[in-house]
Ligand binder design. Sequence first.
Ligand code: MN
Length: 320
Amino acid sequence: MTAFMNARHWYGLVGAPTDIGNFGCGAASGPAALRAGGFLDRMRHQGIVVRDMGDAEGPAEGTGIGEHGIRHVEATAAWCRAVRDGCGQVLADGGTPLMVGGDHSLALGSVAAASAHARKLGKPLHVFWFDAHPDFNTPDTSPSGNTHGMPMAAACGMGHPEMLDVGAFTPLLHPHDLTQFGIRDVDHGERAHLLRHGVRFHEMPEVRRAGLVSLVAEALERAERAGAHLHVSFDMDALDPEHAPGVGTPVPGGLTLDESVAALRLVGESGLTGSFDLVELAAVREAGGSRTVQSALELLQAFLRADRRLFVEPLAVRVA
Ligand SMILES: [Mn+2]
């Protein structure tokens, strides 16, 4: 199998060890936990090239509470700019960035890099967002003021000016090109935003009815028809707490590990994914075990091993 591999294709691990977007939640430990869990060795043994680009750097301390109770927005933006630059460098060098968080506010940085790269290639950006939460709050709709609930609204051009300023332009993403899976905890004003802007957000009852894999296959078809750069953002709390107890904001009734693995395998097979996040890995919150890290490793492996670009040029999306 190795003989057919495209040696030019590689991934760049960009760590983002902070939980500035949900201060104290424990997600800052994510990159170290994934490395200690043997991620790089495991990939190397399978002939998959993952270069460790090291960790992005940002403020260690928060920057206080602003208007509408928004927390640490300047520090969040500083971290997002560092993530943007780390992921942007991997893209510029021809690799696929794997951003490992850290809390989910950091996806604003990786999406900023992906959007700039897609624009340069003349492609639209599509985002797949696996999460218990839509992360589509604005400062005035957020009950907590935590920026990890705001990155997708900000990417779509709504939110605090500091967050809108992370990318080279705004909006970074058209709301119609955002598809969310595994959603089960939506704030009231956030739901109004999602509906008003036409975001496809697949809540758990729909996932149970239609099946995660077929919803993902439909979204892949749209992305392929559009010739999109696909950015995939996987929040560990998309999984049911049974499979990922070590997260900052666990919500019962989530995705199984098996269906998530199957979905990410399909995403990999499509060959469309130009950038990837795995976030909210707060293994320190899990008493005595490493279940969450093992789940994270399985998800990444499912995606990476299936990535068609390792073997051949992109082919048509296979529909389940
Ligand atoms: Mn999230």
